[in-house]
Design a protein. Structure first.
Length: 279
């Protein structure tokens, strides 16, 4: 029996619906495939013929807040990194070297007729703490018989960080005791008479040390001092850097090794002066 027009139309409509369903299904599969592309491809399995990361996705990645601005270096990474080796802490250890001296090294402080020959003198080169709160190297010329005492005492002073303004041989000042004291220089050997006497000072034997003479001046019986820059340091006790007071640890350090302090003299007080055996 011949097919009627309604039947033909029904079959055509069904075919169209089938093709539409297939198209919808294909579209869903394509959409699903596009959705999966948002996730990174499995490691080691890049898509054939295309890079694993497209330029568009790199550009779309948010820029970190810490990124460098143009013309500036990028900030250092916050990830743990090896720290630099720590710098040494604290001052260097005390050091001292005892060496012989020559006549040429004592052009002003020694002369023929001095009570000690040059061969009995020694140069002690050692570290000392400064008024700038830093270590320095100074030199004292002393009698060879007291070098051990000197090294022991000044090692203690250095350990206490007790400051010494300057420490060079008096020859730097052409043997002029007044000039050396005025410069605040700590010194030892100088072939000269004792202050106010015709007798040899213990300095002439290399057995006396004048320590921080500005902060520890020679004070006359009337309370006056010879150096203007030392007037503020004439009275004791006095709590200032580099000052020696009766009974303090500096005095005791010298006394323990048989050195006497001029600050205990009756009448004038030689606050800077320490000598082995007195005088």
């Amino acid at each position: 029996m011949p097919t009627t027009r309604p039947a033909v139309r029904a079959r055509a409509t069904g075919a169209i619906r089938v093709r539409a369903a297939v198209a919808v299904a294909a579209g869903c599969l394509l959409a699903a495939s596009c959705g999966v592309s948002d996730a990174p491809p499995p490691s080691g399995s890049p898509t054939s013929g295309s890079p694993s990361t497209t330029p568009e996705r790199v550009a779309a990645t948010p820029t970190p807040a810490t990124s460098a601005t143009p013309g500036e270096s990028a900030p250092a990474s916050e990830s743990p990194s090896a720290s630099p080796s720590p710098s040494p802490t604290g001052p260097p250890e005390f050091s001292a070297k005892v060496s012989k001296v020559t006549r040429d090294q004592l052009p002003y402080s020694w002369r023929p007729g001095c009570p000690v020959p040059v061969s009995d003198l020694r140069m002690v080169t050692m570290t000392h703490w400064g008024f700038d709160d830093k270590p320095h190297t100074g030199r004292l010329v002393v009698n060879k018989s007291v070098t051990d005492d000197v090294v022991t005492i000044f090692k203690r002073l250095y350990g206490w960080r007790w400051p010494i303004y300057k420490m060079v041989p008096v020859d730097v000042y052409k043997g002029d005791d007044f000039a050396s004291i005025d410069a605040g220089n700590t010194s030892a050997f100088n072939c000269r008479a004792a202050t106010g006497s015709s007798n040899w000072s213990q300095h002439a034997y290399g057995k006396a040390i004048d320590l921080n003479p500005r902060e520890n001046p020679y004070v006359y019986a009337n309370g006056s001092v010879a150096h203007k820059n030392a007037r503020q340091f004439a009275k004791r006790p006095l709590d200032k850097p580099g000052v020696i007071n009766p009974g303090d640890k500096v005095v005791k350090a010298f006394q323990q090794l048989g050195w006497e302090w001029g600050g205990y003299w009756s009448g004038p007080k030689d606050l800077q002066h320490f000598s082995k055996g007195g005088g």
